[in-house]
Ligand binder design. Structure first.
Ligand code: HAM
Length: 428
């Protein structure tokens, strides 16, 4: 029997592993959508695959996604290489340029949610297919938008019921600040090169900053030993002022955060503001979400200069955090009425009646005729309020037998009486 690829999840209501139950997912997506729509952002859906270059150029040649070949690449019939999206931001910037959004009133604020694909090694909270809620504010390089994005992100988590959160805020500076910092790191780390993990040895050449984010314990021990200066010490005056402004706005808004001077993000397009949201009960290496500013991304994709800032929230990780904090998620609503055909001839009658009643009330039916006792058991299992029986006797009289499951009260009703019973918003 074939099985799902490890690192992917089936998300359905009865899934045994709690975080992957569909009502939990729906609760997260619905809440995020309400918060973001309420803030005036517009929804966008981009394709789940793009030309490979969009992501190669977008997330950058030194990101893990590209270096570790985490992208799922496929070949089109014409031989063009496509990639399943490893993140949505580059695709949204591509869409912004393609549809001439630059002439719209700026900023253009967009959000999306959907599956994301990264061929990472599977572990708790790290999957090959996962889901993100993503928000982007494009077209303005104003620190106000950075503060707003962080505030919106925090509001999504809080509205969901999460409490044990921490926003770690930093700045990765402007490209020239980063060049100076990388130079410093290279100088400091080169004498220890042979003790570094193979990944970090390679990064020493390409992007030493990413070594700071290494998951290897030996690398981390070396970093602690060296007492390296953080990125924040290398900011030029412009990036420094921008960072302070973001902090001032967050203070004004009353959004709690901690300045993390050494924050590093995994994607190459970031400039200036960078942040991650962590949860006290989930490992330090597994952020609930992250974001930042990417003023050069559009140009990396061959477009004009389009400043932007945004965030991505990992839906699976939020689901895990909700479980850790014991947040109760609204369950799926139960059907009001369970219609049970008692013989073959009643099947289509039951379906026709269900179809008539459905706009007013949620109706489920038993598709295979069964005894009234079995039908009752099934209706109870489904959590229905009423069970309706349709058999030979009912057919002869032109009625259905309706039983209120809680009181046990039972009566015969004609279709018209049944319709009026379910007129109310909760179906009687
Ligand atoms: P990211 O930090 O790569 O940022 O991903 C955002 C979030 O997605 C992470 O914080 C985490 O919660 C979740 N995530 C990442 N990888 C996995 C995985 N393998 N399994 C489960 N969850 C995962 C971005 O993708 C940027 N596009 C965010 C952004 C938007 N920056 C600006 N705008």
């Amino acid at each position: 029997m074939l099985k799902a690829v490890p690192g992917t999840n089936d998300i359905f209501a009865q899934a045994k592993e709690y975080p992957f139950q569909e009502p939990v997912f729906r609760y997260i997506l619905k809440t995020a959508e309400e918060v973001l729509r309420g803030a005036g952002a517009q929804m966008i859906h981009t394709p789940i695959f793009e030309y490979l270059e969009v992501f190669q150029k977008g997330v950058g040649l030194t990101s893990d996604i590209v270096v570790k070949k985490e992208m799922y690449v496929l070949e089109d019939r014409g031989g063009r290489l496509l990639a399943l999206r490893p993140e949505p931001t580059a695709a949204i910037v591509r869409a912004y340029n393609e549809h001439g959004m630059k002439v719209w009133p700026q900023p253009v604020r967009l959000f999306t949610w959907g599956p994301i694909f990264r061929g990472e090694r599977q572990q708790k909270g790290r999957y090959k297919q996962f889901h993100q809620i993503d928000y982007e504010a494009l077209g303005l390089a104003d620190p106000l938008l950075d503060a707003e994005a962080i505030a919106l992100m925090v509001r999504i988590y809080k509205t969901l019921g999460l409490k044990q959160l921490e926003v770690k805020l930093g700045s990765v500076g402007d490209p020239e600040d980063r060049t100076r910092y990388n130079q410093y790191l290279r100088e400091q780390l080169s004498p220890f090169a042979d003790r570094l993990s193979p990944d970090s040895q390679a990064r020493l050449e390409t992007n030493p900053m990413r070594i700071l984010d290494s998951k290897s314990e030996t690398d981390q021990a070396i970093l602690v030993e060296l007492k390296l200066k953080p990125m924040l010490d290398f900011l030029g005056p412009a990036a420094q002022a921008f960072h302070q402004q973001v902090c001032a706005y967050l203070d004004w808004l009353g959004v709690p955060y901690r300045v993390d001077p050494s924050i590093v993000r995994g994607l190459d397009y970031y400039v200036r503001t960078a942040w991650e949201v962590h949860h006290a009960r989930i490992g330090a290496k597994s952020a609930l979400g992250g974001g930042g500013r990417y003023d050069g991304l559009s140009e990396m994709l061959g477009g004009p200069r389009v400043p932007g800032v945004g965030f991505g929230i990992g839906v699976e990780r939020v689901a895990i955090a909700l479980k850790e904090e014991g947040v109760a998620v609204p369950p799926d609503p139960s059907p009001i009425l369970y219609l049970a055909p008692l013989d073959e001839a009643a099947k289509i009658e039951a379906l026709a009646l269900a179809e008539q009643l459905r706009p007013k009330v949620s109706v489920e039916m038993g598709y295979t005729p069964k005894s009234p006792r079995k039908a009752l058991e099934e209706a109870l299992k489904k959590g229905a309020k009423y069970v309706g029986f349709l058999g030979e006797g009912e057919r002869a009289k032109g009625v259905i037998t309706l039983k209120h499951l809680e009181s046990g009260e039972q009566k015969e009703l004609e279709p018209l009486q049944l319709h009026s019973l379910f007129e109310g918003p909760l179906g009687g």
